[in-house]
Design a protein around this ligand. Structure first.
Ligand code: NAP
Length: 287
């Protein structure tokens, strides 16, 4: 299993490919905007002009694209062109029900399908320190564990197909509350004429500390909106989590409020900014 087909070389995928290459894997790369895959040639990746050429001679296929509709499009072609017996790992954040559907389709084609979304952001992808939450058959997971270990450090098998995506939804629900709370905390400190950097120094190592506070809090203060994690992708995740919750008659009121805040940002043209741009919510409310 030394040759991998990799689809989706955006913010996350391009770093993950570099880490696979560093570990001696041969990697075919394909991306919708070809230039993003071509840029990986200088690191040793093999650029492919189609999904067909990316997947037809490999044993393992990894995808990390944007939305569930992108995952569906990509898998239509993977199922058409991949070898029987190959293993596909979808690392996009996507819907649990789609993950189950792909697993079932894979069974018919004699292919193993895992849902393995990640957490840790662009920084985790660069440093190969991602958390990876995996759903699917355990025997399939065990076969590809050495590959996942090149991209992450906290790799957890969660159970049946769809469990990886459900775990990721639990992660996104927690992030929604945390990032919105960091935003409110900094807004409060600003209104009380405190030095925001000193506030972060004071509180980020105490009981309120979090990844969101340490990484995105500083960006909020500096008004650095560059995307590590796009607002449009976070809205997609919160919508998926919300729908799953509704199906279980579960009231996730904090998620609901944060989703509304981000949708207001989206309506104002901010969907391609990083999630830390939530601080703009207060600016929009004043308008
Ligand atoms: P991104 O930069 O938009 O990367 C996605 C890549 O997939 C893009 O380069 C896109 O091509 C490509 N793509 C989309 N549809 C495709 C298709 N049908 N065929 C081939 N390529 C296709 O986004 P990202 O930040 O890397 O995120 C990727 C996934 O990981 C998302 O599901 C996101 O929610 C999840 N995620 C992101 C982070 C983060 O911090 N960034 C963290 C955890 C999970 P184009 O260049 O043409 O758009």
């Amino acid at each position: 299993m030394k040759k991998i087909g990799f689809i989706g070389t955006g913010v996350m995928g391009s770093s993950m490919v570099k880490n696979l290459l560093k570990n001696g894997f041969e990697v075919n790369v394909f991306n919708r905007t070809a230039s993003k895959a071509k840029a990986l040639e200088e690191y040793g990746a093999i650029f492919c002009e189609s999904i067909e050429t990316c997947v037809n001679d490999v044993d393992v296929i990894i995808s990390i694209v944007g939305m569930p509709k992108d995952v569906e499009q990509v898998y239509d072609l993977i199922f058409k062109y991949a070898k029987k017996g190959s293993i596909c790992i979808d690392m996009s954040t996507s819907s649990p029900s789609l993950a189950i559907k792909l697993y079932e389709e894979g069974l018919k084609k004699n292919m193993g399908i895992l849902d393995a979304p990640v957490s840790g952001g662009d920084i985790g992808a660069k440093n190969a320190t991602l958390s990876i939450m995996v759903g699917g058959l355990k025997e399939t997971y065990e076969k590809v564990l050495p590959i996942l270990e090149c991209m992450g450090t906290n790799i957890i098998y969660m159970g049946k197909p769809g469990s990886g995506q459900h775990t990721k939804m639990a992660n996104q629900i927690a992030i929604a509350g945390t990032i919105a709370a960091v935003n409110e905390s900094l807004k409060y400190a600003l209104e009380m004429d405190l030095d925001l950097n000193e506030v972060l120094n004071a509180i980020s190592n105490g009981a309120a500390g979090s990844w969101q506070m340490s990484n995105n809090g500083k960006k909020m203060i500096e008004k650095d909106d560059s995307p590590g994690f796009y607002i449009k992708h976070f809205i997609k995740d919160m919508d998926i989590a919300n729908n799953e919750a509704i199906n279980k008659n579960l009231d996730l009121s904090i998620l609901d409020i944060v989703l509304k805040q981000y949708k207001l940002l989206q309506e104002n043209g901010y969907e391609d900014l990083g999630t830390q741009a939530i601080y703009k919510y207060f600016e929009l409310k004043l308008m």
